[in-house]
Design a protein around this ligand. Structure first.
Ligand SMILES: [Zn+2]
Length: 278
């Protein structure tokens, strides 16, 4: 009996050794060909700004006719203009004019440019016209009902697109690669939460509208990007007062400034945490 147990233990140890030290070699080598999150070194150098909707997809439409696609594009352009002043940053927009861009294209654009942060900008809509305020989302599966409703609405554009399914790399993954990917994903999620908190704090200090807090939901576009990613709903198109504010260029500039400040302060914290000194 004892001998048998010892044999079992040795076999177990050998399998563990194989799993921990031998297998990760080639698997790690393979994953490194995936989009690397942060570009050069440990500093965030590339920001991807994603104005929601566009072209045949207007997004939410206000009671007085203001369209979400116009509001978010304007805020995105203002935000880019502010961030462009920092010479160490490269800032890209997933669309810079009124055109339709499928969600999968937005994500692959961000991954190709090795973004360090992905920020999607949207404006909200609700059945009740009383709902107002701003909220920031990070990706997760566990959600409450209102968060699920927001994700369903923002994902509904998929009906206008050709669904491509999972990218090849994910489909052919071995279990181990999937585990490694999940670890990376957990890191991204924690960073996304941190950035979302910074944005909500900064926006609530700047804007005099309701802070609805940080939330999580399964947004398709966030699922596809290999970097910390968040989605900001800047106000409710379905609320008359929010719509009036969003129509005001000064208010949109305030939002853009608050977003830029949050991104820059996240970048500073990140640099410190990773011990990157220059
Ligand atoms: Zn939207």
């Amino acid at each position: 009996m004892r001998k048998l147990e010892l044999g079992r233990k040795i076999r177990k140890g050998f399998i563990l050794f194989f799993l921990v030290f031998v297998l990760p070699g080639p698997a790690l080598a393979k994953t490194s060909s995936r989009p690397v999150a942060r570009g050069n070194g440990l500093e965030i150098r590339t920001i991807i700004i994603d104005p929601g909707h566009g072209g045949k997809d207007p997004g939410a439409v206000g009671r007085r006719g203001l369209k979400e696609k116009q509001v978010v594009l304007d805020i995105a352009k203002r935000l880019k203009r502010i961030l462009d002043r920092d010479r160490n940053l490269k800032v890209y927009l997933t669309r810079s004019r009124d055109r339709f861009v499928p969600l999968s294209k937005r994500a692959s654009f961000a991954n190709r440019r090795k973004g360090g942060i992905f920020l999607s900008i949207h404006a909200n809509s609700a059945f009740t016209s009383r709902a107002r305020g701003f909220e920031t989302y990070y990706l997760s599966q566990a959600v409450d009902d209102t968060a699920r409703a927001a994700a369903t609405r923002e994902n509904s554009v998929l009906k206008l697109e050709e669904f491509e399914g999972l990218p090849k790399a994910r489909r052919n993954n071995s279990n181990l690669e999937t585990i490694l990917w999940d670890m990376k994903y957990t890191e991204f999620r924690n960073q996304s939460m941190e950035l979302a908190e910074l944005i909500q704090k900064r926006l609530s200090r700047t804007l005099k509208i309701r802070n609805r807090g940080v939330k999580s939901a399964p947004f398709y576009v966030l699922k596809k990007v290999a970097m910390p990613s968040i989605l900001v709903e800047v106000g409710f198109m379905s609320n008359r007062r929010d719509e009036a504010l969003l129509r005001d260029a000064n208010f949109r500039e305030k939002i853009a400034r608050a977003l830029a400040e949050s991104i820059l302060s996240y970048r500073r914290i990140y640099k410190k945490e990773k011990g990157f000194t220059k």
